[in-house]
Design a protein around this ligand. Structure first.
Ligand code: NI
Length: 195
């Protein structure tokens, strides 16, 4: 089976629930890397995400570049987000995605799985549905991890077309934990780009 993990960063935001429902209707699961500072403002969306079987991961408190932070600040960014997720009553098993994919020795010293990506369609530049679909379908391989952003409405609007195109190419959309399972799972190594 050809699997691909779709990941959505920077939320939760005002379009996140629409995206979760769209995935849920198709029986699909994806991974959401949320910013801790956004979590308390979207309790219903966080519950919906968890109840729909979406995977949740830690994308820092407020999107600071970890390579520019001291060890304590970095630990705080991740720890405060863990606390916000616990307070929201959701499990966060998707590991940590450092903002901008930027990490250093002190990030590694946190001892958490870091989840990067191998396919970046630059959806935040809002290229339009056709360009987004072709960028993903032309780069994706079995085991790929795709980074996108649920805080951009055009990205959410493009999802039906992207999900159709991936299905037509024989890909099954899964979470990060699922996509890396054949390669030993999230804790098998610390930095993941694809399985
Ligand atoms: Ni981000």
């Amino acid at each position: 089976m050809k699997c691909v993990a779709l990941t959505f960063d920077d939320g939760p935001g005002r379009y996140t629930a629409t995206l979760v429902n769209l995935l849920k209707e198709r029986g699909l699961r994806a991974t959401f890397y949320v910013q801790g500072s956004n979590v308390a403002g979207y309790p219903g969306t966080m519950r919906l995400m968890a109840e729909s079987g979406m995977e949740i991961g830690n994308h820092s408190w407020n999107h600071k570049d970890f390579t520019k932070l001291g060890d304590d600040a970095e630990r705080w960014q991740v720890g405060a987000t863990d606390e916000a997720l616990a307070k929201a009553g959701v499990k966060a098993e998707g590991g940590v995605r450092p903002p901008y994919g930027a990490y250093d020795a002190s990030t590694l010293a946190l001892g958490r799985p870091l989840v990067l990506w191998d396919v970046d369609p630059l959806d935040w530049k809002e290229p339009g549905t056709a360009a987004l679909v072709s960028r993903v379908t032309s780069q994706v391989k079995p085991g790929s991890i795709v980074v996108m952003h649920d805080v951009h409405k055009p990205t959410v609007d493009a999802m039906p077309a992207l999900l159709d195109a991936l299905a037509a190419d024989g890909f099954t959309v899964v979470t990060v934990s699922d996509v890396v399972r054949p390669c030993g799972g999230l804790t098998s190594r610390q930095v993941h780009f694809r399985c």
